[in-house]
Design a protein around this ligand. Sequence first.
Ligand code: URA
Length: 238
Amino acid sequence: MIRLDKYLTEMSVGSRSSVKKLIRSGRVLVDGKEVTRPETKVDENISQIVVDGREISYNKYEYYMLNKPQGYVSATTDKEHKTVVDIIETSEKKDLFPVGRLDIDTEGLLLITNNGELAHKLLSPKKHVKKRYYVEVSGILNETDRRKVKEGLDIGEEKLTLPADMSDIKTDMERGVSSCILTIHEGKFHQVKRMMKKLGKTVTYLKRVSMGALLLDEDLKCGEYRRLTDEEVDKLLK
Ligand code: URA
């Protein structure tokens, strides 16, 4: 059971003070009856809450897709740097955290949620969730590099990296730089940078473009975010 004003604030109907006013003015029905006391307890799993004729159902979880900018750490708090969670503006930050880590200088897709179970599932090493990156390096990528990545690389871990796919290789011989799309199925610390180092290249720019079923929305500029659609959430939960 939670207070009616808390329920409505959590569901982003408004700030705590504005929903209190709303309730007092008689615009909120609980199970068909007008309720004017903000402190009234409701059962978030059973009660039907209607505001101005619109049903407000209770979702415990929030899901955001962020196009992470450089300069932010993938954490909930940090003494030195701004965190990715600081970017999300909600009336109630319901214990949001990033699912996995992108380095401070990496951009791109980061899922931010308060659903620990989903995070656990996506991050479990056993699940081999696919992650796709756009990578720029100094050095020339070639067919041999593609094959080595497919076979697995020794990056100083107990085992070789799992077979990964390198595609869309583009090279600029004059400047001595390349880019590619790299798809990996695990998430070791600094994995992409360490794989490229093993191939004798240095990552100069890194951006994640997908994670499992979730694709970075191309309309999101760097630093922008949006809530996931119901369809995107369903795909992730499957
Ligand atoms: N691999 C890296 O090296 N860095 C990231 O941020 C993500 C994957």
